[in-house]
Design a protein around this ligand. Structure first.
Ligand code: AMP
Length: 214
């Protein structure tokens, strides 16, 4: 099974992705996580991506598309994958389509998580994340037992540079102006499943399970 998780920043894609991966044997491909790893490691890709990411801007299509094509060609994607944070633009969606076609693969479902904008803003600015394993925390809710230290791996829990009010506003504006075009795109392909993401983690996951089992 090959799926795409679609949703604005803060919609809960990362949280649901972790649950999906635990239950279904899918390879999780988060373009944001790949970029952050490259930034931490100081690779040329990381250095290029960082200046866009810190400002809350999208990394150019050609950079992201090349990176995802490379990732999809790796053996662990054979048994199925879940894309999280990609595609984010129409050219990315079209490039994904033709890349999959040339690999004799196809998408089975696109799950779009919908959350009102004011809630997204609250979630983004309250979010904290583990620099090492990506675990997600929230200053309004669950925080690590020991301040600044990840419960899962002991890594540093920090606020992402792109979760400031200014960068979060830019990311949400980009979602409305650019990424939301993917909703009609995948709807016309008969792949789109929209769900209400403004509910508990378990309620959202129950909907996702129904879609993936259908
Ligand atoms: P995320 O963790 O998915 O919110 O991604 C963090 C940042 O990485 C975004 O704000 C972008 O700067 C960059 N990024 C991740 N995925 C993409 C993509 N598909 N296209 C362009 N930029 C991306």
């Amino acid at each position: 099974m090959n799926i795409v998780l679609l949703g604005a920043a803060g919609a809960g894609k990362g949280t649901q992705a972790a649950k999906i991966v635990a239950d279904y044997a899918l390879t999780h491909i988060s373009t944001g996580d790949i970029f952050r790893k490259n930034v931490t490691e100081g690779t040329p890709l990381g250095l290029e991506a960082k200046r866009y990411m810190d400002a809350g801007q999208l990394v150019p299509d050609e950079v992201v598309i090349a990176m995802v094509k490379d990732r999809l060609a790796q053996p662990d994607c054979e048994a199925g994958f879940m894309l999280d944070g990609f595609p984010r633009t129409l050219p990315q969606a079209e490039a994904l389509d033709s890349a999959l076609l040339s690999m004799d693969k196809a998408l089975d479902a696109v799950v779009a998580m919908e959350v009102p904008r004011d809630i997204l803003m609250q979630r983004l600015t309250a979010r904290r994340q583990c620099r090492a394993c990506g675990s997600i925390y929230n200053v309004m809710g669950l925080m690590p037992k020991s301040e600044g230290v990840c419960d899962s791996c002991g890594g540093e829990v920090y606020q992402r540079d792109d979760d400031t009010v200014e960068a979060a506003t830019k990311r949400l504006n980009d979602y409305d102006a650019i990424t939301s075009q993917l909703v009609p795109f995948y709807s016309e392909m008969g792949l789109l499943h929209s769900i209400d993401g403004n509910r508990s983690v378990d309620a959202v996951f129950a909907d996702i399970e129904t879609i993936l089992q259908g």
